[in-house]
Structure formats: C-alpha cells, structure tokens
Design a protein around this ligand. Structure first.
Ligand SMILES: Nc1ncnc2c1ncn2[C@@H]1O[C@H](COP(=O)(O)OP(=O)(O)OP(=O)(O)O)[C@@H](O)[C@H]1O
Ligand SMILES: [Mg+2]
Length: 358
C-alpha cells in the first residue's frame, strides 16, 4: 500500500514523546487538502526521561499524556507513536535478491552480525532500497535493516495504554521526519530525486535522516543535544539545570554563557560533519543537495551559522506545515509557529495510517 494511499483512513494522532515535552498532532484529509485539527504540547520536567530515552518517572509521563488529551480538539485516542533514544537502529546491508517472505526470515538469522543486540531482543523490519552491485553471478539488493528493542517498545506502549490511549503504530522518529519531509516537499521537482539531510535538533538527541528521492536510506542519532548543552552550562557555572536552561534560551549572548554555548556548537557541528562524511563514503553515487533543520535546539545561538560555514550545502529551515491547509478552530499563529519548529516528528507520525506496517 502506497504511503499516500494509506493516509487518513482513520483519525490517528501523531504522538511524539520527546525528552523535553510531549507533542500530539491530529490531521484530517478534507477532499484534496489536509487540515490541522489539533495540536498540543505538554512540557516534561528535567530528567523525567533520560537523554538516552529511558523513562525514569512513569507517573509524571502518564499525567502529562492525560493532560495533553484534555484538549477537546482531539477526536481520537488512537495514536502513532515515535520511538526515541537508542532504541531503534538502522543499517544498510547488501543481500542476495530474494522474495520478501524469504528475506524476512533470512534477515532474522543474519541480523546478529549487523546489530549490537541479540536478534531475539529486537523487532526487525526492513525496506528494500533497490539494486546493488552483483557479487560474481549473484544479483544483489540494498536493504535497510531496522531494529527496535522489544522491551523498550513494550514499555512505552504500556505507558501510553495506562494513559487511556491506543497505540496503533510504532514508528521510528527518523522515518517520521522523512514522512513529514516527503509530504511537504516531495512533489517539488527540485527535491523529488535529490538527496536531503534532515537534522532534528532535539533535547535528548540530534537525529540525522538522509532521504534519497522518497526513501529514507540512512539514520543516525548523535548524543550532543539540547540537554547536553544545558548540562554543560550548569556544570561550568555551578547553577541548577533549570537556571542553565533559561540562560541558554534567554541570555545566550551573556559573556559567561556565550563561550560555553559556542564550545558545544563547535563539537556538535564537527560530529554532524563526520556523520555526513561517513554517509558520503558509503553512498559515493550521491551528493547531498540540501540540509533541512528542525527541533527546538536548532535555535541554539549560532548553530545554523556554524553548520553553514563548516558544510558547503544549502541549509533551510524545514516547514512541516507548509502543505497543511488551514487549521482547526482557534489555532493561533503562535501555535502554528511552535508547531513549525517542534512538531515535525508528530506531524510525520500523524501522517501514518492504521493498517500500515508496524
Ligand atoms: N531558543 C533556544 N535556544 C537554544 N535551545 C533551545 C531554544 N529553544 C528550545 N531549545 C532547546 O530545544 C530542546 C527542545 O526541543 P524539542 O522539543 O525539539 O526536543 P525533544 O523533542 O523534547 O527532544 P528529543 O527529540 O531529543 O526527544 C530543549 O533542549 C531546549 O533547551
Ligand atoms: Mg524531538
């Protein structure tokens, strides 16, 4: 079933449980347009979820989920959930050409050599990317292996159910980024066949997804993130994290804060450049056309500027609501602005439909 054919069969709320706050988006297809019916965000206190995605305070997260859905604008309790932290990994592998049923079986047995987990601990999925170079007489294909840790997925689904919601789909945040991008930019001839990197600067991780044409072919999560920057400020200035967070957001130019933010930015930009170099080394036939940025930490002082001086690729801000016509009742400009920066993953998730692959 094609991605676009399967959208909006049943109202499904995209639910992004981010480290710093939970976001939910409900869209509705109305003839040819897609409308934003509901958006809400409830912040989470520092460390309710660790930067690695471990849920430290289930009670707090469940209460936040319940508050999120107090907004009457949501007409559904069925959700498409995004996984976070290091619970999902992807890897591109070359496999002999075979039928999908055989491939599922084969991947399960061979996954061990590609993954840092035992195959029995993970749900394995795959995407066939296309033909690869033959090995001798053997025709080969490139496959993107996707593995999600079962215990993590089970624990998050349980938590969401405890909050009175029905998890229908679990998707990786990186794929959700690709969905949001394709929906908003995929029909534009300039991005249709191109290679695009989407970088989501989150609180817990910086997520890099590379989309070739309409396929996400590479994903990587970096540990340098909003929380790491805040923790660095807190440590260096000897202040609590809450105060450091405020300093980072409201007074980044202050003489005591600026050098710390700048050191963080330098390290993050280096790491992004290394990741993109690694991607280029294994995808020699592709060149990166554009980088789109999103996520709250993309607003970090001089981050986008530093990235553009390091990498000679055009950088744009991803607008996840550019193709979303109109908005539900009472949707204010300020809300749309926040959604534009923080809502990309939730929008990508809400674009998924019941019955699609989990
Ligand atoms: N003006 C700003 N300057 C610097 N950082 C900012 C600014 N505004 C927000 N942030 C940072 O953005 C982060 C929150 O962004 P976002 O909501 O995208 O993250 P998240 O989805 O909760 O995290 P993750 O995706 O890693 O789970 C926080 O770390 C916050 O400090
Ligand atoms: Mg996020």
């Amino acid at each position: 079933m094609g991605f676009l054919d399967s959208i909006f069969k049943k109202p499904l709320v995209g639910l992004d449980i981010g480290i710093s706050g939970i976001k939910a988006v409900q869209l509705e297809r109305n003839k040819k347009t897609v409308r934003l019916m509901a958006y809400n965000r409830v912040p989470l206190p520092w460390d309710a979820i660790s930067a690695e995605g471990e849920i430290r305070d289930r009670g707090v997260v469940i209460t936040a989920l319940k508050r999120l859905f107090e907004s009457r604008a949501f007409s559904s309790r069925s959700v498409a959930l995004g996984t976070c932290g290091n619970s999902v990994i992807t890897k591109k592998v070359a496999m002999p050409k075979m039928a999908p049923a055989e491939l599922s079986n084969q991947l399960y047995w061979e996954a061990e050599q590609y993954l840092p987990f035992n195959p029995s601990e993970v749900n394995i999925d795959y995407v066939i990317l296309g033909n690869s170079q033959s090995q001798g007489d053997m025709p080969m294909m490139d496959v993107l292996l996707v593995a999600a840790k079962k215990d993590y997925v089970k624990s998050v689904m349980g938590l969401v159910e405890e909050a009175g919601l029905r998890p229908e789909i679990v998707d990786s945040q990186s794929f959700a980024l690709g969905n949001a991008f394709e929906f908003n930019y995929g029909f534009d001839p300039s991005t249709r066949e191109g290679t695009t990197a989407i970088i989501d600067f989150g609180a817990g991780t910086t997520k890099i997804s590379i989309v070739e044409g309409h396929l996400t072919t590479f994903t990587r999560e970096l540990r340098q993130s909003g929380v790491v920057c805040t923790a660095l400020i807190a440590e260096r200035l000897g202040i609590p994290p809450d105060q450091a967070e405020k300093a980072k957001i409201f007074e980044p130019e202050h003489e005591s804060v600026r050098p710390i933010v700048s050191e963080f930015v330098q390290g993050l930009v280096e790491e992004i450049a290394r990741t993109l170099d690694f991607y280029s080394s294994q995808a020699a036939d592709r060149t990166l056309d554009t980088i789109y940025v999103c996520g709250g930490a993309s607003r970090t002082l001089n981050l986008v500027e530093a990235l553009s001086s390091k990498i000679s690729v055009q950088i744009d801000v991803l607008n996840p609501v550019q193709k979303i016509a109109g908005s539900g009742k009472g949707m204010k400009t300020q809300v749309l602005k926040e959604l534009g920066c923080l809502g990309t993953v939730a929008i990508g998730l809400s674009l998924r439909a019941v019955g699609d692959r989990k």
